[in-house]
Design a protein around this ligand. Structure first.
Ligand SMILES: *Cc1c(COP(=O)(O)O)cnc(C)c1O
Length: 385
C-alpha cells in the first residue's frame, strides 16, 4: 500500500470540498439530516411508535408468509395483494384510487415532486410535520408556513389570505396535527379546501386515535387526497403508507412512484397483519385509555399545561423543558424536546404514549422532579373529584 504525501491529500480535500460546494445545491447543503435517535434498552417515547409487539395470534402465519417470499424476484410493482387487503380493511371500492408508498414519508415526497413546477408553492400551517417543508425544499418548491393560533387551532383567516396571495399548488393539513396533537376544525378545513387553487393533501397518520376523518368524504371534493400510514398503529418497521383519492389524481401521482417502492416482505406481511385488525384496534384503544391517564397526570403537575390530543402522544408545556428532558434522559426515557422548534412550541415536550408500565416509569421520574410521585398526585385529585 502506498501512502500519499500530506500535501497531495490536502489538495484533494480542497478539490473535493470545492466540487461539492459547486455541485450540491446551496439549499441542500444548508439542511441538516433528519435526526433519528439511537437508544437501546431505553423507554422510547419520542417517535409515536405503538409500544406493543405483533399480536401473538399473527406471529405464526406471519412467519409462514415471510418464509415463502421469493426475494430473488422483484416485488409486485402494483403490490396487488397489499392494496386489496387495504381496500377490504377500509371498505374502499373501485371509485377510490389508492397508491402505496415506502412509508407516508415517500408519498409526501412523491406528491411534492409531482406539483413542483418552477415557482410552485407548497403551503402548510406551522408548527406541523417537518417533512412537508423538507420535501418542498428538496423538490425546489417554495415553502410557505402559516402560523397556527396560540392554542394550535388553524388560523383560518390567515390561511385563506395566504392561499389568495400565494396560490399554492399544494396545501398540507395533518389531521390530527403533529406535533401539536389536536384535530383541526372540519369547517376550517373545508374553507381551505374550497379556497385552494391546487391540491389539498390531508395527512391522517393518527386516524386510529382520532374522532374524525376525511377519508369517507375524499371524493366530495375535486382537489383532496388523504394520506395515511400503518406506522402509528403498530407497523412502523414495515414502511407502508397509502394515498387515497379520485383515480384521476392517483393515476398522475403513480407516474413518478418508483416501481418497486414497497418491498416483498412488506407486501407479504400486510394482508396477514390486517387479517388481525381487531388486535391492532384493541392496542389503539389501550393507547387511548393510557393517553387520558398520562394527560391527566401531567396536567396535575404544578406549572404544566397539556393540550387536547387526538393522537398517540401528549404535548405538554412544562416549566423547564431542558431540565425535564434531562431528568427523563437520566431515567433512560426518551421524549421529544420541541422547545426552540417554533415560537408556539416554547417549553413543550412531545411524549408518545407507551405501555402502562412505560407510562408509570415516565410519571414516576417526573414525580421525582417535584419530590412527590406524579401518580399519587392524580390519585389524590381523583379522590377529591
Ligand atoms: C409519523 C408521520 C408521518 C410519517 O409516517 P411514515 O409512514 O412512517 O413515513 C407522516 N405524517 C405525519 C403527520 C406523521 O406524524
Amino acid at each position: 500500500m502506498t501512502t500519499q504525501p500530506a500535501g497531495r491529500v490536502d489538495s484533494q480535500d480542497d478539490a473535493r470540498t470545492a466540487c461539492i460546494a459547486a455541485t450540491i445545491r446551496a439549499d441542500v447543503r444548508a439542511l441538516t439530516r433528519y435526526p433519528v435517535a439511537h437508544v437501546e434498552g431505553w423507554i422510547k417515547l419520542d417517535a409515536m411508535e405503538n409500544p406493543y409487539p405483533v399480536p401473538d395470534a399473527a406471529r405464526q402465519p406471519l412467519a409462514v408468509a415471510l418464509a415463502a417470499v421469493p426475494i430473488n424476484r422483484y416485488p409486485d410493482g402494483d403490490a396487488h395483494g397489499c392494496r386489496l387487503a387495504l381496500r377490504e380493511g377500509l371498505g374502499l371500492d373501485e371509485r377510490f384510487g389508492i397508491m402505496l408508498g415506502n412509508g407516508s414519508d415517500e408519498l409526501i415526497q412523491i406528491v411534492t415532486a409531482a406539483v413542483a413546477a418552477p415557482g410552485a408553492v407548497v403551503l402548510a400551517p406551522e408548527p406541523s410535520f417537518v417533512m412537508y417543508r423538507r420535501n418542498a425544499i428538496a423538490a425546489h418548491a417554495r415553502y410557505v408556513g402559516v402560523p397556527l393560533q396560540a392554542d394550535f387551532r388553524l388560523d383560518a383567516d390567515a390561511m385563506l389570505r395566504a392561499i389568495e396571495r400565494e396560490r399554492p399548488a399544494l396545501v398540507w393539513l395533518a389531521y390530527p396535527n403533529n406535533p401539536t396533537g389536536n384535530l383541526f376544525d372540519a369547517a376550517d378545513v373545508e374553507r381551505i379546501v374550497g379556497a385552494a387553487p391546487g391540491l389539498v393533501a390531508i395527512d391522517e397518520a393518527y386516524y386510529a386515535f382520532a374522532d374524525a376523518s376525511f377519508l369517507p368524504r375524499v371524493l366530495e371534493f375535486p382537489n383532496v387526497i388523504v394520506v395515511r400510514t400503518v406506522s402509528k398503529i403498530g407497523m412502523a418497521g414495515l414502511r407502508l403508507g397509502y394515498a387515497i383519492g379520485h383515480p384521476n389524481w392517483i393515476d398522475e401521482l403513480e407516474k413518478i412512484r418508483p416501481p418497486y417502492n414497497v418491498n416483498s416482505f412488506t407486501q407479504a406481511a400486510v394482508p396477514v397483519l390486517l387479517g388481525h385488525g381487531d388486535a391492532f384496534a384493541q392496542q389503539a384503544l389501550a393507547i387511548c385509555r393510557e393517553r387520558q391517564r398520562v394527560d391527566r397526570a401531567l396536567a396535575a403537575l404544578p406549572g404544566v399545561r397539556t393540550f387536547a390530543t387526538q393522537t398517540n402522544f401528549v404535548l405538554a408545556r412544562v416549566p423547564d423543558a431542558a431540565a425535564w428532558f434531562a431528568t427523563l434522559r437520566d431515567a433512560r426515557i426518551l421524549v421529544k424536546n420541541l422547545d426552540g422548534w417554533h415560537p408556539l412550541l416554547a417549553g413543550c415536550l412531545r411524549i408518545t404514549v407507551g405501555t402502562p408500565a412505560e407510562n408509570d416509569a415516565l410519571l414516576g421520574a417526573l414525580g421525582r422532579v417535584y419530590g412527590a410521585n406524579a401518580r399519587d398526585g392524580v390519585a389524590k385529585q381523583e379522590q377529591r373529584a
